[in-house]
Write a protein that binds this ligand. Structure first.
Ligand code: ASP
Ligand code: MG
Length: 293
């Protein structure tokens, strides 16, 4: 088993999602994989903005929500077969209506808790992974959408929830025993002990992928992003920055703690515990770095 994760920029447009499906197809011929997806690029930020507008009593949140809806419906039209389109469009609309109800609530009561913000942010990954799973199905891949809230259990520290690894590992193992299809998983989200939606930290989909890799004892974890692996410095600031071909978990943890945005700091922990190598790959360019012992 390999676990792959694609971030927001890799799935920012329907064309990019199509190239992700093409990247993944060759894997399917010879090994089992699981794929974790982030929200479409920029969607999480927009969801936060929407909730801020609603909180401020600004009805512009409705217009922005329409844009979000339009963007996701366009992706459905581009990626999903005619036969399934109306079903998927209906499901996306139901989901957006649910989001609208919550935003209306925030607008009315003028209160937004960390708990409601997590719930609002969860819509990005839920919509993207669902639509992408339908995109795979339309390409003849036997795929299934997995809402990670079913199996990723956390505490109730909303916004930065901590993983209950014992419970989560058990639920992931059970789920995968019962579901043989390619699992298309939502990054970033989980459930609190009382069943509420939580998030595990901004940019946390990398961490979700590492949690699955560890629970499934994967042979490797591939983080697909939009830069050439781990670099010696931020290439926007340091012209001579170059890709590091290989580094230790420890080095990667340090770099990410000191601000390297390429990987979420906590990602290394579950991978390290099981000695699972992490590959950082560029969706737009085939260079990479490897992180291992
Ligand atoms: N969509 C979430 C965020 O923007 C998680 C992620 O992208 O990894 O923070
Ligand atoms: Mg990221």
């Amino acid at each position: 088993m390999k676990v792959l994760k694609f971030g927001g920029s890799s799935v920012a447009t329907p064309a990019r999602i199509k190239s992700v499906i093409e990247i993944v197809k060759p894997y399917l011929a010879h090994e089992k994989i699981t794929i974790v997806f982030s929200a479409f690029g920029g969607v999480t930020d927009t969801l936060i903005q929407l909730s801020t507008l609603a909180l401020q009593g600004n009805t512009d949140y409705k217009k922005q929500l329409e844009q979000i809806e339009k963007r996701h419906l366009e992706a459905v039209r581009e990626l999903v077969d005619m036969q399934r389109q109306s079903t998927v469009i209906a499901q996306v609309k139901i989901t957006i209506n649910e989001l609208e109800d919550i935003l209306n609530g925030i607008f009315l009561i003028k209160e937004r808790t960390l708990r409601s913000l997590d719930y609002i942010m969860s819509f990005g990954e839920r919509l993207s992974a669902y639509i992408i799973s339908e995109g795979f199905l339309s390409q003849g891949v036997d795929a299934e959408f997995l809402d990670a809230r079913k199996v990723v259990k956390t505490d109730n520290n909303f916004g930065y929830a901590k993983i209950d690894f014992t419970f989560t590992n058990k639920l992931i193992a059970e789920h995968f025993q019962q579901h043989q299809q390619l699992q298309i998983v939502t990054g970033f989200i989980g459930t609190s002990p009382s069943g509420e939606t939580t998030t595990i930290g901004r940019s946390g989909s990398d961490y979700t992928a590492a949690i699955f890799a560890s629970a499934l004892n994967a042979t490797s974890l591939e983080i697909w992003t939009d830069v050439d692996g781990m670099m010696t410095a931020d290439p926007r600031k340091v012209k001579k920055a170059f890709t590091v071909a290989e580094m230790t978990y420890q080095e990667a943890m340090e770099l990410s703690h000191f601000g390297a945005k390429v990987i979420f700091p906590a990602t290394m922990q579950p991978a390290m515990a099981r000695q699972i190598p992490i590959w950082i790959k560029n969706t737009f360019n085939p260079t990479f770095s490897r992180i291992r012992n």
